[in-house]
Design a binder for this molecule. Sequence first.
Ligand SMILES: *Cc1c(COP(=O)(O)O)cnc(C)c1O
Length: 430
Amino acid sequence: MAGATSASRNMETLEALESRVRAYSRSFPAIFSRACGSIMLTEDGRKVVDFLCGAGTLNYGHNNHRLKAAIADYLASDAVIHGLDMATPAKLEFMETFNSLILRRRDLQYRFQFTGPTGANAIEAAIKLARKVTGRQNIISFTNGYHGMSLGAIAASGNRYYRTASGVSLSGVTFMPYDGYLGPDVDAAEYLQKLLGDESSGLDRPAAILLETVQGEGGINVARKEWLQSIQTIATNAGALFIVDDIQMGCGRTGEFFSFEFADLSPDIVVLSKSLSGYGLPLSMLLIKEECDAWQPGEHTGTFRGNNLALVSATAALDLYWRDDIFSQGVQRTGEVMRHRLEAIATRYGNRFSVRGRGMALGFDCEMSELAATTACKAFEKGLIVERCGPVDQVIKFLPALTIDSETLNDGLEIFEHSLDEALKQTRPS
Ligand SMILES: *Cc1c(COP(=O)(O)O)cnc(C)c1O
């Protein structure tokens, strides 16, 4: 009882002192004091399975003890934590490791640009660079795309709620339909191709085409391999840079390290953030093809670029999980298990619902916003954190840690199933 009282007092403090802008503490009203792997513990002693994982920031789980040791050793050694973007052994080791374990093994060649710590800052850098390289302004982005909250990044994001909050006119971006947006009978790539080829279409020549291969915030919308390949070709033919925002779907989420490997793409710029540090520490970067590296020294600067502690955990994560294909294969297997389970649940309700995604990024489309909201809310009461996404938050998003054990995964999926059952009974029109 004492625990419950202090918990409610804590929530009152939060309401009194923290800005109304707070978001996740509303969806998940608890004080989270500890976390390990796929489990978060609340101050009042509840254990909660985490299927949100910092929106894809904790691909290797909370406080992964195999990564923690590297961070603890680094801290204990008085090595440089902050040095702006000065060279350190931590940075050199990260670049060498990433180069040999990730890039060379995939026949990719990129330069590294460490940006400010947020994904949005990396997107800003990518957009600026594309404009600089091409001398053009227009960025082509896609319906339901999400790229972050700074003005350049939000200009390229579809969500009206966020766009309106910007308070200024957002410019320099043209939206095109994403794969499947216009239904199965319309090829959205052909539409884009037609506009670009027409001198009178009204579409300005693009500096870049920017996309996610699976739209995370936009509803777990999956682009097909053929579509992605067409868009890359269209970008190249139009003299535009092809940019993949792999902030949420990269670092193994879809089964391979990069979400575009399955389609054999070769983006001019790749944007990475969220799970890059492996430990939830802020770290963002661009991978840039050498011929696109048109920056003058310091043109995109910032105080917290390439934080050394984050680079140390990032290197440790690469060493641990990406030396061979075993981890990647495990993610693909677990993804299949999740998909089958979610599809079985959808089938139980006579295909009212649909399941989509790739690897361990899956979405359960409830069709109705209210049903998804009630389901997520009940899930949390029963001990599961799942977030919603999509244009009206009608999709339940599953992003469990890639390291989750099958028992915890099963527990979480079971909670989801019961919660959906209860939510359906509650929201069924009478
Ligand atoms: C989270 C996210 C961003 C923005 O990253 P922040 O660190 O929140 O600025 C951009 N693109 C995608 C696909 C994301 O998931």
